[in-house]
Write a protein that binds this ligand. Structure first.
Ligand SMILES: Nc1nc2c(ncn2[C@@H]2O[C@H](COP(=O)(O)OP(=O)(O)O)[C@@H](O)[C@H]2O)c(=O)[nH]1
Ligand SMILES: [Mg+2]
Ligand SMILES: [Zn+2]
Length: 295
């Protein structure tokens, strides 16, 4: 009987997989069968390995079923997508944020919004939009570590991917959350990032029984190969629309220009944020005329 143990892939570098098990981190090679089947283990994967205790090496034998997997950065079994926005420098594009939230919802990843740099300006506008949606929204400042206490609690035991425009403060926040981390921030990180994209490796940084993943910017985030979300699924990805299901005058209402639309009424009454609805309309218009064969 060959011994097998279960572990978590923390990092993949040059064909080596660092797999954390209850008795330590094993440096593993993947079984050749993976390559032949076009399968690649990624950080976040739960795997079975054949361990060799003498030198803490092993062979990665099997990838256990994934709950989800991101294309870029390649990470599996993501619990939270932490979207970092900032009050200023850079300003937040709510359409980009809402697109990310929608794709997270579609992939059963819980979106979280952090409004950072609250020491520099008024976070009320973003707080009003996202606080009312029912997705966790926190006003924080990487310069005021106290503001991050409740965020730390939320991340406990989870795999969390941090995303947001370059410069919003992702790395600064991660450094505060996990003090043993020393991620480069600001201009230094921009210089390091340039031209290194092809060799970038994804790491899961341990924090409070969970793991954190940093990403350089929205442009390096790809949650889903099949984009955009089709028009039938889009409304489901806006969670504040869900209570209106079945309440519109027409069944199959797209909440677009139809009369008697419960979602549009809610926007007019101020129960749904106009900014969120505008994002929905922009995303809907991008897919509404797509034919089946164009997808
Ligand atoms: N005033 C202020 N500056 C911040 C805050 N968070 C980050 N910064 C600064 O914003 C710049 C970009 O931060 P960085 O963490 O590299 O952003 P990233 O590109 O999202 O990882 C750096 O100069 C940080 O010092 C904050 O909460 N308040
Ligand atoms: Mg960074
Ligand atoms: Zn409707």
């Amino acid at each position: 009987m060959i011994k097998q143990v279960q572990g978590l892939v923390l990092r993949c570098v040059g064909g080596f997989y660092y797999v954390k098990t209850t008795d330590g981190v094993y440096t593993c090679r993947a079984r050749g069968a993976f390559r032949r089947a076009g399968l690649t283990p990624v950080a976040g994967d739960q795997v079975l390995i054949q361990p060799q205790e003498v030198d803490m090496t092993g062979v990665l034998q099997e990838i256990l079923p994934r709950r989800n997997v991101l294309v870029r950065p390649p990470v599996a079994n993501v619990d939270l997508l932490v979207l970092v926005a900032s009050v200023c420098h850079p300003t937040t594009n709510t359409l980009v944020l809402d697109k990310m939230i929608a794709v997270a919802e579609k992939n059963h990843i819980c979106p979280v919004v952090l409004v950072n740099k609250s020491d520099l300006g008024d976070p009320t506008e973003l707080e009003n939009i996202y606080g009312s949606v029912g997705i966790p929204c926190y006003i924080v400042s990487a310069r005021q570590p106290d503001t991050l206490a409740s965020v730390r609690g939320l991340l406990e035991g989870k795999i969390s991917v941090f995303a947001g425009n370059s410069g919003v403060g992702k790395s600064s926040i991660l450094n505060q959350l996990a003090p043993e981390l020393v991620l480069p921030t600001g201009e230094i990180s921009e210089k390091l990032g340039r031209g290194r994209h092809t060799t970038r490796t994804v790491s899961l940084y341990p924090m409070a029984g969970g793991y954190l993943v940093d990403t350089p910017g929205f442009s390096s985030l790809e949650l889903d190969r099949v984009e955009p979300i089709d028009k039938e699924t889009l409304a489901d990805c806006f969670r504040e629309f869900r209570p209106h299901e079945g309440r519109c005058r027409f069944s199959g209402c797209a909440h677009y220009r139809e009369p008697g639309c419960s979602v549009r009424n809610a926007v007019e009454e101020g129960a749904i944020s106009p900014s969120r609805y505008a994002s929905y309309v922009a995303m809907y218009e991008a897919v509404k005329d797509k034919k089946e064969w164009e997808k």
